[in-house]
Design a protein around this ligand. Structure first.
Ligand code: ATR
Length: 290
């Protein structure tokens, strides 16, 4: 990488930030596309008052290309932007900021990135499909939104804390004016089994399955043989949940695709150029030691 007087900066704001694979992916992409941009991680502390606002102002002041925004800033960043894309506004979260001549524009590429990789890896498109989502946090929100927006016939949100699932389901059904969304408790074995036996897609959006965390416990025997099983965890790439699903002969989708494709869409928003998706995937895999 050669930094010159005309090099521009892009980056990612998060707390913590040390684990991010985005610098590896985006720098490989900028280099491959011959763009004079470097991508840097920025630790924007959530316990420091005003830090996020100042960091966002710096995008303009330093004439940066734009940034990714990750946990825990995706929701709070919205109030500091000049404009927010309709999908991101309805999701209530921004993960990509583009600096267009000093106007800071917010987008969310998580949901679209997820669907893009799901289609590429498994051939599944959401239209008319029933989805079952484990978890009710930020990742569940973007995936549920994208599925509903793209014609899923139903989305059931199953969460350890039922109130959170009910809250997310209520919010999305109001915002999307849809009755295609429901909520259940992860501990409600009977309801789980019924909903899962209907599902075309089962997605884990929680951190269960990461090293040192527990496993996703859902009754695999209830799955349709045509169901796709998806996990957004990518450390490890094949979680215990996916391993069991794969042994049961089900189509599986790992978390690598969402990571790569949300980044690819962000790259395209910043540069207007087509993202070198394969280069980005290889960089992410190297970062994961694969
Ligand atoms: P993110 O923005 O990454 O989705 P989050 O908002 O903290 O993160 O959400 C984490 C999700 O993982 C939640 O659905 C959480 O369940 P609760 O709402 O009950 O907390 C879920 N989760 C985390 N650890 C879990 C565990 N050990 N068992 C079941 N669910 C878990």
């Amino acid at each position: 990488m050669k930094i010159t007087g005309s090099t521009k900066i892009a980056g990612i704001f998060g707390d913590p930030i040390g684990h991010t694979l985005s610098p590896l992916m985006q720098n490989a992409a900028f280099e491959s596309a011959g763009l004079d941009i470097v991508f840097v991680p920025f630790h924007v502390r959530s316990d420091e008052r005003g830090a996020l606002k100042k960091a966002v102002e710096a995008i303009r002041a330093l004439n940066m290309v734009g940034v990714n925004v990750t946990i825990p800033h995706k929701e709070k960043v919205i109030r500091h932007l000049d404009w927010v894309d309709e999908d991101a506004a309805l999701m209530g979260a921004v993960n990509t900021i583009v600096n267009r001549d000093g106007r800071l524009m917010g987008y969310n590429t998580d949901g679209a990135g997820y669907l893009e990789s799901l289609a590429l890896d498994t051939g599944l498109f959401p239209k008319g499909k029933r989805a079952f989502i484990v978890g009710a946090g930020g990742a569940a929100r973007s995936i549920a939104y994208a599925l509903l927006k793209n014609g899923a016939s139903s989305v059931i949100i199953a969460n350890r804390t039922l109130e959170r699932a009910v809250g997310l389901a209520g919010e999305l059904s109001e915002r999307l004016d849809s009755e295609r969304i429901g909520a259940v408790a992860l501990s409600d074995a009977a309801a789980l089994s019924t909903h899962i036996s209907d599902a075309d897609l089962v997605v884990n959006t929680t951190s269960l399955g990461m090293m040192g965390k527990g496993e996703v416990e859902v009754p695999l025997a209830s799955f349709k043989s045509s169901a796709v099983v998806s996990d957004i965890v990518y450390r490890p790439l094949e979680t215990a949940f996916l391993k069991k699903a794969s042994l049961a002969g089900l189509r599986c989708h790992t978390g690598l695709g969402m990571l790569v494709h949300q980044g690819a869409i962000a790259f395209e928003l910043w540069t207007g150029a087509k993202a070198p998706v394969d280069v980005m995937r290889e960089a992410a895999m190297r970062g994961l030691g694969l």
